[in-house]
Design a protein around this ligand. Structure first.
Ligand SMILES: [Cu+2]
Length: 484
């Protein structure tokens, strides 16, 4: 199998010298927004999209120092896979890493056995072995893929990619840009630091020291001057929550976690680990820059520039084109069953030796997927639970096709981006914020916040439900929802 240019495209973003054009004021998009059409247009390719994802060590010079031993899926170190909506993806995964791995397709509503969680949905893919993922992509949008085991290190070394499911545009934008945001745990000599530290794991996560977009430091992207640009932002960092802000352009939010919303004015948006945001922005006049910042820092951190190039286009008043509406069954809120789910710290450490049915305990080699420490819990249960084999009992047993309203309650002083596998939440309300209703697979809970989300449990299987701050998940804030 070969990887065609059509399915994997490089992020051939050239570095250019940063310029110091004056910032334009962002007066904000003021229209009320046009609701997207109800039905997306099907765009089904009869032929599966084939990709080879060959995980191994690849050396790359990311920041001008020496080469770093990255772990990547492809010679193109940040692969982008494109599949039409309703199309089938066949991804052949070959593991030549020094340890076992798998691929989780974050946010894709796929069959349970394709979800890529070692021990839960498949056996680990050991070094020298392979596994073929084969599923259709029901939803348009942007989705990360990454491993789900020893993730702090595997993701920390760069093992990630982007899956873009196409077919959601009601009219073409003038450009389509992708910004994948990630920090790197590097010391001053550009050597990898430990990917996890107890201090960080027990608090907000262990942070990287080198920021990047598309695995580059402050890249300069390009887009047509005065054009309407689709900007897809995705956070693949282990820990850091970015507060995205723009300078130099009016912008509207057009999708959250890949799922369309009626366009509304963009001011700022918090993007936790694995969260995505699609914006439509109006580029300034030729020669000017749009700057993308993380404002969630003592001083705003410049992440990337977009340079307006070419003749100024004439697009009239800024009226961002909506995307086609999400193709997700609306939850039946009237007949929903309510569940409270508490995210808390835990004081009771769990043993790290797990009894197996044959009377032995799980050996060190397989402890990749287990916790060494327990700092966190979901409904007072930390992963893994004592006395269970390799998998704890589900935190909730859900009835297939029933609608559930979860009240997610953060009892900690830290933020937690909470991710559900195999399903997509409809965000309903929060006790702290008023956001428009939107679909999301990763809900950012602020300290002490309570958020209500609804979903129809229409996908049978054992599904992971966890915090996406990787160290929180790997120190207990991880559980299983069983849908039968
Ligand atoms: Cu967390």
């Amino acid at each position: 199998m070969t990887v065609s240019r059509r399915t994997i495209l490089g992020l051939g973003v050239a570095m250019t010298t940063l310029s110091s054009f004056p910032l334009l004021s962002s007066r904000g998009y003021s229209a009320t927004g046009t609701p997207p059409p109800i039905k997306p247009v099907p765009d089904v390719s009869p032929e599966p999209v084939f990709v080879n994802l060959h995980a191994k060590v690849r050396n790359a010079n990311l920041f001008g120092g020496h080469e770093l031993p990255l772990w990547t899926y492809h010679d193109n170190i940040l692969p982008i896979v494109r599949v039409p909506k309703g199309g089938r993806l066949k991804a052949h995964f070959r593991n030549d890493l020094p340890e076992h791995s798998s691929i989780h397709w974050h946010g894709i509503r796929l069959p349970n056995e394709m979800d890529g969680v070692p021990y839960v949905t498949q056996q680990p893919v050991y070094p020298g072995h392979d596994y073929t993922y084969d599923f259709t992509c029901p939803d348009t949008g942007l989705f990360p893929f990454h491993s789900h085991c020893n993730t702090a290190e595997q993701l920390g070394r760069g093992l990630a990619g982007a899956l873009i499911v196409t077919g959601d545009e009601t009219k073409p934008y003038d450009a389509d840009l992708l910004c994948v945001i990630k920090d790197w745990r590097l010391d001053e000599d550009q050597n990898f630091l430990d990917f996890t530290e107890k201090k960080g794991a027990a608090r907000g996560g262990t942070f990287g020291r080198m920021r990047s977009v598309n695995y580059k430091s402050v890249p300069s992207l390009k887009a047509p001057a005065r054009g309407d640009v689709r900007l897809r932002l995705m956070n693949v960092d282990n820990s850091r929550i970015n507060q995205i802000g723009l300078e130099g352009a009016d912008a509207a939010v057009i999708a959250t976690d890949g799922q369309a919303v009626s366009p509304f004015p963009f001011k700022t948006w918090r993007l936790g680990s694995a969260m995505r945001l699609d914006l439509c922005l109006r580029m300034p006049a030729s020669g000017n820059d749009v700057k993308i910042y993380d404002y969630f820092a003592p001083e705003p951190v410049l992440l990337a520039n977009i340079r307006a190039e070419g003749p100024n286009l004439n697009r009239g008043e800024f009226d961002p084109a909506p995307l086609f509406a999400p193709d997700i069954t609306t939850p039946d809120l009237r007949n929903a069953e309510h569940k409270k789910i508490d995210f808390s710290a835990t004081a009771s450490p769990t043993p790290n030796l797990i009894p197996l049915p044959n009377g032995k305990t799980l050996n060190l080699a397989d402890e990749l997927c287990l916790n060494e420490k327990s700092f966190w819990a979901i409904n007072k249960t930390t992963w893994p639970e004592d006395g269970h084999k390799t998998m704890p009992a589900p935190v909730l047993n859900l009835v297939k096709d029933r609608t559930y309203i979860f009240e997610l309650r953060n009892l900690t002083p830290h933020m937690h981006p909470i991710h559900i596998h195999g399903h997509t939440f409809l965000y309903l309300k929060s006790n702290k914020r008023s956001l428009p209703q939107h679909y999301t697979d990763t809900v950012l809970l602020k300290p002490k916040e309570r958020i209500q989300v609804a979903f129809k449990a229409d996908n049978p299987g054992d599904w992971m439900f966890h915090c996406h701050i990787i160290e929180h998940a790997e120190t207990g804030m991880m559980s299983i929802l069983r849908v039968t």
